[in-house]
Design a binder for this molecule. Structure first.
Ligand SMILES: [Zn+2]
Length: 161
């Protein structure tokens, strides 16, 4: 009986903390891409510009402007979780923004739009994919391709008032 009580308490605490989190959605289709509590402070040495902003109901989110293929600049945020789908093979020959990591494009699982890149620690000498090795992965998500659930909710509530 006591353990059931504990279970219910933990469930309530978990549920209430989840409600404090904002959900990061695909701007194209509204599918869930990540959560605000997954945002990380990992920085690239190649960032053209780095600044803090209040995004996804979180203060001091680090936004980095990163260049790809010379002409494309992407404002990105880093998260340690996303349900985007990694596309194709890992790119291991040419590093992108983060030394020691291989990468691949990451797509919205619902509409297939590019929402960012998945990075994974890579050691060309081996020991990768070892059963005992904890995978060091993170996601660089393209800010203009995302939208905040809370922001959308506030617009919908505003329309009904
Ligand atoms: Zn989508």
């Amino acid at each position: 009986m006591f353990s059931i009580f504990i279970f219910i308490c933990v469930f309530i605490i978990n549920t209430s903390s989840l409600q404090l989190n904002d959900v990061i959605l695909c701007r194209t289709c509204g599918n869930t891409i990540s959560l605000s509590n997954a945002i990380s402070e990992k920085r690239s040495l190649l960032s053209l510009k780095t600044f803090n902003d209040t995004l996804f109901s979180s203060e001091n989110v680090i936004v980095q402007i990163l260049t790809k293929d010379v002409i494309f600049n992407f404002p990105i945020i880093i998260t340690n979780y996303s349900n985007c789908i990694g596309l194709g093979e890992w790119e291991e020959d040419e590093e992108l923004w983060f030394t020691g990591y291989r990468w691949r494009p990451c797509l919205c699982p619902d509409c297939g739009v590019l929402v960012g890149w998945l990075f994974e620690k890579y050691n060309p000498l081996g020991s990768n994919n070892s059963f005992h090795e904890v995978r060091d992965q993170f996601y660089a998500l393209i800010l203009p391709n995302l939208v905040s659930q809370r922001f959308l909710d506030s617009i919908i509530i505003g329309l009904h008032e």
